[in-house]
Write a protein that binds this ligand. Structure first.
Ligand code: GDP
Ligand code: MN
Length: 399
């Protein structure tokens, strides 16, 4: 589960990581009030207005702007709030900005080359260890650095049982070329950052840029945090940070219905029980020349209600031209699933606008096929996996 920058910074702050202070705002008036409050507290007077969307590259897309007085805070917030922000990481239509983060300006005025570093913590799947990735080349072009000068990106692997050791924190600060106060600040920063990553059960932390201020403080100016959803039960307060406006609405609805659904770009809707079979089904569709429109695991109880819900969700995707139902009856009997498909089909009536190919294998498969074939509905039944995929291709070519 991804978080907004302001939420990521809240988590960092709670673990003692120094952050650029900010207050989130929903309206230009709130933005001005936030800026006033920050000025009272710190006295800088300049602010950055930052669009809060689940996508990086906001600076490049015009979603991060400097305001030198309260009028500018108001007018820039007014411009950014409600805009469709297009960045290298969004789709072509962009993302709607619902909130802005008003931050104190922490850069040294007129400094054309501020000391910006890159730092992230994530799992190295190859070694099975958490690692800290970092570079002196922080800022908006880290992707180019990774591609063209990968030797400028360092990694430090952390032993899961020992945690981050003091010598490792010093090594990071040393490789970043720091000394004196900034060196000490960085060792504290990286140590607490790692603790925040572990303590919040995160899948990824990315801080870009990490800034060295003019008085040698080290702080997080940006925060991209992705939490491990499987650990959310341990963090009720983080679970509340979910912003459904940022997520695919069909996926949100599927989740609420207890279905495991991932939206994809193809034209063949899939309804499958079990994640492994669902993956296999997507592979076979592709092998046979089609493109899966979704991953959908209906789970163990494929009764009429669930099947109907699943059909409804698959059909919300207007790219779907055929639906392949591929169910293995192990604990759940195939004839029950078949009855579910038939009942769902009946009750949905003309809402089902595309051909359905149904393959049920396992316990009572024969009875299931009879049920489908005798139902009088336009459901094409298949016995073998390949046969089902071929029938999908036939109806696609005919359509
Ligand atoms: P991203 O583009 O989505 O990664 O958003 P960031 O939070 O990284 O902001 C983009 C850029 O804005 C940063 O790389 C900084 O150079 C700049 N920026 C962020 N905060 C400040 C600030 O307080 N003052 C100034 N002058 N620039 C800032
Ligand atoms: Mn950034």
């Amino acid at each position: 589960m991804n978080l907004h920058e302001y939420q990521g910074k809240e988590i960092l702050n709670s673990f003692g990581v120094r952050i650029q202070r900010g207050i989130v705002a929903n309206t230009p008036a709130e933005a001005v009030a936030a800026a006033k409050k920050l000025t009272e507290d710190t006295g800088t007077g300049w602010h950055v207005i930052k669009a809060q969307v689940h996508a990086g590259g906001r600076g490049k897309g015009g979603g991060v702007k400097l305001a030198k007085n309260l009028q500018e805070v108001e007018s820039i917030s007014n411009d950014i709030l409600g805009m469709m922000l297009i960045t290298p990481q969004t789709s072509a239509e962009g993302k709607l900005v619902n909130q802005v983060l008003i931050c104190e300006d922490v850069y040294y005025p007129g400094d054309s080359e501020p000391d910006e570093y890159y730092m992230s913590v994530l799992l190295n799947r190859a070694t099975g260890k958490n690692m800290i990735m970092y570079s002196t080349e922080g800022g908006m072009d880290i992707e180019t650095v990774a591609e063209e000068t990968p030797h400028l990106i360092f990694t430090e692997e952390i032993d899961a049982l020992l945690g981050i050791m003091p010598f490792q924190a010093r090594k990071v600060a040393f490789n970043l070329g720091l000394s004196g106060v900034a060196f000490k600040e960085m060792t504290k920063f990286v140590t607490n950052l790692y603790k925040a990553y572990i303590g919040s059960d995160s899948a990824m932390f990315e801080i870009n840029p990490v800034l060295k201020t003019s008085d040698s403080k080290i702080m997080a100016v940006d925060a991209k945090v992705s939490l491990d959803e499987n650990a959310l039960y341990r963090h009720k307060d983080y679970a509340e940070m979910r912003d459904l406006r940022e997520e695919n609405p069909i996926e949100v609805e599927a989740k609420a219905a207890g279905l495991n659904y991932v939206d994809l770009d193809g034209n063949v809707g899939c309804m499958v029980n079990g994640a492994g079979l669902a993956m296999g089904t997507m592979d076979l569709i592709k092998e046979s020349g089609g493109e899966p429109a979704n991953f959908l695991d209906v789970g163990g109880t494929a009764d009429a209600e669930r099947v109907e819900k699943a059909f409804g969700i698959i059909l919300k995707d207007s790219n779907v031209k055929a639906i392949l139902v591929n169910i293995f009856g192990g604990i759940v009997r195939c004839d029950r699933v078949a009855q579910g498909v038939v009942d769902a089909y009946k009750s949905m009536g003309d809402k089902i606008t595309v051909p359905i190919i149904c393959r049920l294998q396992g316990t009572n498969a024969k009875e299931a096929k009879q049920l489908i074939d005798n139902s009088g509905m336009e459901i094409i039944s298949a016995t073998e996996f390949q046969e089902a995929a071929d029938k999908v291709q036939e109806v696609l070519e005919a359509s």
